[in-house]
Unconditional design. Structure first.
Length: 552
């Protein structure tokens, strides 16, 4: 009988506790539910891109997906070739702003050149100039007709930056390689066309001197006439090119990267790491049954892929790459490979290994390897039999390899890929982790792959597990974080489209006050004044003593 009151009191306590929790959760919901505060209506958000492929588009489109889920209207205004990236998104309104800027996608993309050849740079410059007026006018018309509230520009979408600069609306710049002017440092080398390494830490003096003084002069010589001509041709239309620092001034920069992959250094309040944000379906791809069976029956598979734009440039290069794979297969370093050789890659009919064995490439699927024009990259990297990824070193491929903890051997071709390869080589400290199809010897290539696959001491794999932890931690809420920043730009910008709360205080101070030089100047003045006074007093005393002595 004594149990009944106890049960009643316990029930009452539980009821009170539940009521308190309900009240707290209601109050908490009112605080964190954004619809109760600033989302009074849907906003119109536009993303524009020109150069680049999926790595410039897909991750930003995923941010647009998140913003659409929050009730906003989203637009993708881009060149004809990039419309395919948003074609399957019925909620994204598409507009073309002109033809592709890269009519020859493979131009210069199959050779390692550091710095990038000026012929290749001039090719991109010429296409930008040729399409600039159409891109600018079309984009401005779309922004005005669609009543756009926020513009997101890929860092290479030059016309987009200039349009926003003229009409003054909230504006975000997106990039993977962090070349934001307000994240620059004298020891960080992020010159897009000339960088050999991400920092000057291991660069010799001669290379630093070349990048600082010689290359800019060469660039002016080769590219200056084109830039001058473009400026003249657009003057009659009232269109003005801005320097990058002027273009991006006051804009929030979203960098699909993170420290550990991006070189650590101070950054301004307008630069935000939001990475890693992967491409569409990157973590949900599946293997077809045939490829799954191929991998399931092996334990040491090497996966080779060089992205969308890079490929071996000749039969000789393809032959050398396959020789590297077959020679390591014969040495029992690996027991199979998959090479995603994009369409147009020249392939030999047969390969003769160092042992003299002949392998017909059309039969390699059944014997040793799988050569295909397309492969589900993340599904392959997810498979436990894949132990090494031979990659061009593009940032998205690096993120995907790190997510699955796969060791990497780099074969860089251009722009930031070489710097990415050197970054990992220095960070891991396990010897050379890259080769060049054009310049490395057959023996160097074979030994490099063996070093990574065998990984004596487990140094490389231990490092990759650390990188795996980094990307998995930061990737959990990356999309939410990026969308939050977009809404910050949407709802807190002033009438000029700027974010006053993110303006560096240094911009409001004079040069002297910013560096406290005025304090040192004041201190110097006091010291000099005191010294002068002391000197003058000493002279007076000496003179007084001399006069007194003379009188006596």
């Amino acid at each position: 009988m004594m149990l009944l009151p106890s049960i009643k009191w316990v029930a009452l306590d539980i009821s009170i506790l539940l009521l308190v929790l309900l009240l707290l959760s209601t109050g908490h919901a009112e605080i964190v539910n954004p619809s109760n505060h600033y989302r009074t209506s849907s906003k119109n958000i536009l993303f524009s891109s020109t150069f680049g492929g999926s790595s410039h588009n897909n991750w930003v489109l995923r941010i647009l997906d998140e913003l659409h889920e929050r009730g906003h209207n989203v637009v993708h205004a881009t060149t004809d070739d990039n419309l395919r990236f948003s074609a399957q998104r019925s909620h994204v309104k598409q507009f073309s702003i002109g033809p592709s800027h890269t009519t020859d996608r493979r131009r210069g993309g199959n050779k390692l050149t550091v710095p990038m050849s000026f012929d290749m740079v001039k090719y991109y410059q010429a296409n930008t100039i040729k399409n600039y007026e159409q891109n600018y006018r079309t984009l401005r018309t779309i922004i005005e007709a669609e009543s756009i509230d926020l513009v997101i520009c890929d860092h290479n979408a030059y016309a987009c930056h200039d349009v926003v600069k003229h009409i003054k609306i909230p504006y975000i710049v997106t990039m993977i390689n962090n070349d934001a002017p307000d994240a620059a440092a004298p020891y960080v080398s992020k010159k897009f066309f000339s960088m050999k390494e991400g920092t000057t830490e291991t660069l010799p003096y001669t290379r630093r001197f070349y990048e600082a003084f010689v290359w800019p002069v060469e660039a002016i010589w080769h590219l200056g006439p084109g830039a001058w001509k473009s400026g003249l041709s657009l003057q009659p239309f009232g269109i003005t090119f801005y320097h990058q620092e002027q273009q991006w001034e006051g804009a929030l920069k979203l960098v699909n990267n993170l420290f550990g992959f991006d070189d650590a250094r101070p950054r301004g309040p307008l630069v935000e790491h939001v990475g890693p944000i992967y491409g569409d379906h990157a973590l949900s791809e599946t293997l077809d049954p045939t490829m799954a069976q191929f991998l399931d029956t092996r334990k040491k598979v090497v996966y080779v892929a060089f992205g969308q734009h890079a490929q071996s440039s000749s039969l000789e290069d393809s032959t050398r790459l396959l020789r590297m794979l077959f020679d390591n297969y014969e040495d029992n370093v690996l027991d199979g490979f998959i090479w995603s050789a994009t369409r147009g890659t020249p392939l030999p009919e047969k390969i003769v290994s160092k042992s003299g064995t002949t392998y017909a490439t059309n039969d390699t699927t059944q014997q040793v390897g799988w050569i295909t024009s397309w492969a589900p990259q993340t599904a392959i990297l997810r498979h436990p039999s894949v132990i090494t990824f031979v990659s061009h070193g593009g940032a998205m491929s690096v993120f995907e390899a790190a997510y699955h903890g796969k060791r990497m051997l780099f074969c860089p071709f251009f722009v930031d890929q070489f710097a990415n390869a050197k970054h990992f080589e220095h960070a891991i400290g396990a010897g050379k982790l890259w080769f060049s199809l054009e310049h490395s010897t057959m023996d160097e290539m074979t030994r490099a792959l063996r070093r990574v696959v065998e990984d004596h001491g487990g140094i490389i794999q231990e490092s990759m597990q650390r990188y795996q932890t980094l990307v998995q931690i930061h990737g959990q809420h990356a999309l939410t974080r990026a969308a939050d920043l977009c809404e910050e730009a949407l709802f807190t910008s002033n009438s000029d489209g700027k974010l006053p709360h993110r303006v560096d205080v240094a911009r409001k101070l004079s040069f002297l006050k910013r560096h406290n030089y005025d304090l040192y100047l004041g201190l110097f003045t006091l010291v000099v004044g005191f010294a002068a006074l002391l000197y003058r007093t000493t002279l007076s005393l000496k003179e007084s003593i001399r006069v007194k002595t003379k009188v006596q």
